[in-house]
Design a protein around this ligand. Structure first.
Ligand SMILES: CC/C=C/CC(=O)SCCNC(=O)CCNC(=O)[C@H](O)C(C)(C)COP(=O)(O)OP(=O)(O)OC[C@H]1O[C@@H](n2cnc3c(N)ncnc32)[C@H](O)[C@@H]1OP(=O)(O)O
Length: 715
């Protein structure tokens, strides 16, 4: 798993051999031990270069090993041996040097990197910390603030950025291994004293205690309950305040706590789930590996409201040509201005040059006649969309893919308006579309495999996590959201306040609770949807509609003009329209008291456990229904949708993984309990798939797909 050859007469070249990313599996670690020992003891070898096979230095520890019993030599002594070697060791970094891969490079005396290589310590995103000396060596090399930034965020740097920070010694656009070998030849005999990072003092800010206090406060606030970022700060603090050996001990202690935690398991599940969802399949048998995407270079976007603008920006940033269409000149000009601003800000933040000249604006629908793919982003109005799809089907090229950004409407119905229903899919982006990572790609029974593959590939090019899902009202994300939001309203009817509900959900790890989120996105959005479904009865307070329990609270607030942040009043009170500082509203409290009195509801005390169980288990239960119906191929699809699109705390793995950790029997039992108390709420009726999984002994989440596919009685 690692090979040693002698090149250029005296350079020992060690290559890591573990495709695809040369992860540091037990065999690779053993290979490094053996090859380093041989290189160091070979008198003909005067210097050493470590590289990875196939253009990748090393993707870090083998994450697949984490779940089981770890065997083989540990990393820390291997890296200490490399650093202590009396021959210069040079890391030749191509592709990626991440996690343990970068820690290996930090143990070497010199680092040479390809300019486009990705370097970083992403362990925090796996619920861990860089525990092979990364938290102790990096701050000694680049100083505490810069190291903290990299270690607590896990962000990747390019080779060029790493040079600026002082992580690497040289960047090359030529063959990196050849450059490293040449370099290794040039440094033979030079003192290595100043090259052993563990022996360097740690450059620290002046008032170190105050500095770490401030950092810890910031990190805790943004961590939303995740423990790894906090442990990362503690480990770097040890680097700043303790000698290297003691710092290493502290690093190990902190790692031991994280390693066995449920959060690490959840985050590692997310890592693999993100890759699982890219390998999509549909019930019709089409699959990622048998469906070839169509090449796309030019995309039309119809409708330049908030969503259309964000989609235009995301396409342009991905290097695609865009034809952006609005109906009126004035709206088009406003959109053009807004898109330019968004592009400018994003380009500045990412440090890339400005793009924008590949966007053509038009008020003529015919402008999209020659594009390969159209994304419709007009108002959520079926009649309008029907008309548009009919027009597009006539004016576009025969093989143009027609995609809708609808968040809930029937894709199959839209497809039926066109000459080629097989070329229609949903591309459901999330606002702001140039920022949010999630894309739901919605296929109907008639969607061609190539259409799905093309939308998935386009999403990937736009940097999205694309998840293929079946067609139903609300698809996966919004369908599951409905019972979650409804439960929150029912709890408020029964005695909770919006603050109580939101606090419980925010303590669980959501960046915002239901009501703060609703105020942010606008209460009128849901109101319109409920009106379209015939649920709204103006001025009426009845709590049963269409044969099931209904809360008219949201409608009543809208009738008062309380649309949330934009009107300065919603579930909360704001200083002014557009302000973000939510305050409890005494008016709302009296309104709720009066409402409950008129409904004959006796307010009761509701605790955070009930909030979490009713909101989350209702959401999870709908997830099981979705799995059972084959709308999502597996629990990973649902979890990635919720983590990347709905702010579900990543360190909890997503709703389905969370359910598996709570225990399926427990989720079932609590749903049964609440269903008995509230028989008029259908979404609390346990899904038959949940029952089936419980009666199959609550298997590991990785086995659910298999059980879902097993033929079963519907009784
Ligand atoms: C003592 C414990 C110490 C821990 C320290 C650590 O090192 S923890 C690990 C830190 N490393 C990372 O977090 C890197 C994870 N990998 C990536 O970010 C990316 O895979 C990549 C290296 C940037 C490559 O990206 P690319 O898009 O080219 O490929 P994929 O992401 O699709 O990966 C290809 C397949 O390789 C598997 N894989 C990737 N990294 C690892 C890893 N570290 N361990 C095990 N397996 C890894 C990945 O799952 C893909 O597998 P498939 O089966 O093909 O889906």
């Amino acid at each position: 798993m690692a090979a040693l050859t002698r090149v250029s007469g005296s350079v020992g070249l060690i290559s890591l051999l573990n495709p695809p990313v040369n992860a540091l599996s037990a065999a690779v670690r053993q290979g490094i031990v053996d090859t380093v020992r041989r290189a160091v003891s070979d008198p003909q070898v005067k210097s050493v270069v470590i590289c990875g096979q196939n253009g990748v230095f090393c993707g870090g520890a083998d994450i697949k090993e984490f779940g089981g019993h770890m065997s083989g030599p540990p990393l820390v002594p291997i890296f200490n041996t490399i650093e202590a070697a009396d021959k210069p060791v040079v890391a030749a970094i191509e592709g990626s040097a991440l996690g343990g891969g970068l820690e290996l490079a930090l143990a070497c005396h010199y680092r040479i990197t390809q300019s486009k290589a990705r370097l970083g310590l992403p362990e925090v995103s796996l619920g861990l910390l860089p525990a092979a000396g990364g938290t102790q060596r990096l701050p000694r090399l680049i100083g505490v603030p810069a190291a903290l930034d990299l270690i607590t965020t896990g962000r990747h740097l390019t080779g060029a950025e790493a040079l600026k920070l002082g992580i690497v010694d040289q960047v090359t656009d030529q063959n990196t291994v050849e450059a490293a070998v040449k370099f290794a030849l040039s440094i033979v005999g030079q003192s290595l004293e100043s090259r052993r990072i563990s022996t360097l003092p740690c450059p620290c800010p002046a008032d170190i205690d105050a500095f770490f206090e401030g950092v810890m406060q910031r990190v805790k606030k943004s961590a939303h309950g995740a423990i790894a970022p906090v442990a990362c700060v503690q480990a770097v603090q040890a680097a700043a305040t303790l000698p290297f050996t003691q710092g290493m001990q502290r690093e190990q202690e902190l790692m031991a706590t994280l390693f066995g935690s449920g959060q690490a398991r959840a985050l590692q599940y997310c890592f693999f789930s993100q890759r699982v969802v890219s390998k999509w399949s549909s019930p019709s048998g089409s699959r990622w590996d048998t469906s070839k995407p169509k090449p796309v270079t030019k995309v039309g976007v119809i409708g330049l409201g908030t969503m259309g603008r964000g989609i235009t920006v995301a396409l342009a940033l991905a290097g695609l040509s865009v034809v952006a269409v609005e109906t009126q000149q004035q709206q088009m000009m406003a959109a053009q201005h807004a898109v330019s601003g968004m592009l400018e800000r994003t380009a500045r933040r990412r440090g890339v040059s400005l793009v924008g000249d590949q966007i053509r604006y038009s008020v003529e629908l015919e402008a999209v006649a020659d594009v390969e793919l159209v994304i419709e982003a007009v108002f959520e109005d079926m009649a309008l969309k029907e008309k548009l799809f009919k027009q597009l089907s006539t004016l576009c090229k025969a093989d143009t893919l027609l995609c809708s950004n609808t968040s809930s409407l029937d894709i199959d119905h839209l497809a039926s308006q066109t000459h080629s229903p097989q070329l229609v899919v949903g591309m459901h982006f999330f606002a702001p579309a140039h920022v949010m990572k999630l894309l739901e790609v919605v296929y109907g029974p008639r969607s061609a495999p190539q259409a799905v593959a093309t939308a998935m590939e386009l999403g990937k090019r736009m940097g999205k996590v694309s998840v293929a899902v079946g067609n139903c009202s609300g698809f996966v994300g919004n369908r599951m959201l409905m019972p979650y939001v409804e439960e929150a309203s029912f709890l408020v009817e029964e005695g909770a306040s919006p603050e109580i509900v939101d606090r419980a959900l925010e303590e669980f790890g959501f960046p915002m609770g239901v009501f703060r989120m609703s105020d942010l996105s606008g209460l009128d959005v849901g109101w319109k949807v409920r009106k379209a479904r015939g649920l709204v009865e103006p001025g009426q307070m009845s709590r049963v509609r269409q044969g099931r329990r209904y809360s008219p609270l949201g409608d009543l607030l809208c009738e008062q003009g309380r649309f949330g942040q934009k009107t300065g009043r919603g579930w909360y009170l704001y200083d002014s329209a557009g302000s973000r500082e939510a305050q409890p509203d005494p008016w709302l409290q009296s309104f709720l008291e009066e409402y409950r009195a008129r409904q004959g509801l006796v307010s009761r005390r509701i605790d955070s456990q009930e909030v979490l169980e009713r909101c989350l288990y209702a959401l999870i239960n709908e997830g099981f229904n979705i799995l059972q119906e084959g709308i999502a191929a597996g629990p990973e699809d649902i979890d990635m949708i919720y983590v990347f699109g709905y702010g579900f705390p990543r360190h909890r793995g997503g709703p389905m993984f969370y359910a598996s950790q709570v225990g399926l029997a427990q989720v079932l039992q609590r749903l049964e309990h609440y269903q008995q108390l509230h028989p008029d709420i259908p979404h609390l009726r346990p899904s038959s798939l949940l029952r089936r999984l419980v009666s199959s002994g609550s298997p590991r989440i990785q086995r659910w797909r298999e059980i879902i596919r097993m033929p079963h009685s519907s009784l």
